[in-house]
Design a protein around this ligand. Structure first.
Ligand SMILES: [Zn+2]
Length: 345
């Protein structure tokens, strides 16, 4: 009869004693030490999983533990609990499987960042209280304002545009949030952007570039689209989740502490995604038609901005941020605006 040698720590005496394991009958296991012999039903015993070449530990109810070298005999004697363990062992030896699982992890990570995070952000953003969103926006505003100067437009001009903007957003679900302000921004030039919380900034340079107020309202309708769709908040949530995940991956969870600072910065650096721009454009075209303004004005101001930022390049130019630094090529957006304008005729 085959035997396996082991060392028995019986849990009563501190001294380990040598023991021999054998199988007197299927489903039974015998432990023979120098002065005593015990027999067990294998279903009472617990064997530690096989991990490489590590020794196995057999736990015997009421009798402590037996440590022994791994042996194929253990599989014959204690076959019942091996399903997971055999599978783990099988995996261990297979590099292809390891490679495949590595690949799966990478694909999973990519899917998580590209689909999972935006999916979650869409659902989480509406749950964030307006006061918190406003706070994130104020934070972002403070950072943006480092690069901007107070508006030099006459107060009446600003008030007139604010009034027309109020008409534009009247009745929208998030109407109460909106604030329109102006800034002088020589380095940035004609531009406008929406911050989380409903704050919209327009540069004096854009006001001066426009030939009609409808062009500015077209831009503002686009910015309102960002706010109605909560793009700023969703972007901030996605970026902060990325930071937290990266923090965990590299063991720097303290990175989460600087989150409140990083979020607005990231938000402004990366701008809105291609999808968000298209969504905001679509919103703007519908809204403009609702209030009796042709989306054609959006096309006109986009062309003029593109020409300003990159003269002669017919809208392929990339501005420093906002409208022209975002992904959808400007000509495509202009064409979409013209299509929306002609479909309303
Ligand atoms: Zn936009």
């Amino acid at each position: 009869m085959s035997e396996l040698p082991g060392t028995w720590f019986d849990g009563r005496s501190s001294r380990p004693q040598p023991v021999r394991l054998s199988q007197p009958a299927p489903g039974r296991l015998r432990l023979a030490a120098h002065a005593q012999t015990h027999e067990f039903d294998v279903r009472q015993l617990e064997l530690s999983p096989r991990l490489g070449r590590m020794e196995r530990i057999l736990t015997v109810p009421g009798q402590g533990q037996v440590h022994l070298d791994d042996s194929p005999l253990l599989d014959d004697w204690l076959p019942r609990r091996d399903r997971v363990e055999r599978w783990a062992h099988w995996l261990e030896g297979r590099r292809l499987v390891a490679l495949a699982s590595g690949l799966l992890t990478a694909v999973g990570a990519v899917l998580f960042f590209t689909i999972g995070l935006p999916w979650m952000a869409v659902r989480v953003a509406p749950l964030i209280p307006p006061a918190v969103e406003r706070q994130i926006g104020d934070h972002a505003l403070a950072i943006v304002d480092l690069q901007l100067r107070p508006s030099r437009l006459p107060a009446e001009r600003r008030a007139a545009l604010q009034d027309r903007f109020a008409e534009l957003v009247a009745g929208l679900p998030r109407e109460a949030d909106y604030r329109l302000d102006f800034r002088y921004a020589a380095a940035i030039g004609p531009n406008a952007f929406a911050l989380p919380g409903g704050q919209i900034l327009m540069t004096d340079q854009l006001v001066e570039l426009a030939e009609r107020d409808e062009e500015l309202l077209a831009v503002l309708a686009h910015e309102a689209g960002h706010h109605e769709h909560r793009h700023g908040l969703r972007g901030a949530l996605e970026d902060s989740a990325v930071l937290v995940v990266i923090g965990f991956m590299f063991g720097d969870v303290s990175g989460a502490g600087s989150l409140s600072v990083s979020v607005p910065t990231l938000l402004l650096q990366t701008g809105f995604s291609r999808d968000h721009e298209t969504e905001a454009d679509t919103f703007a075209f519908v809204r403009l038609r609702d209030v009796g303004i042709s989306p054609e004005h959006f096309a006109t101001i986009m062309e003029r901005m593109a020409d300003h930022h990159a003269p002669g390049r017919k809208g392929d130019g990339e501005g420093p941020m906002g409208y022209l630094s975002t992904h959808p090529p400007t000509p495509a957006r202009i064409a979409a605006a013209r299509a929306a304008a002609s479909s309303s005729d």
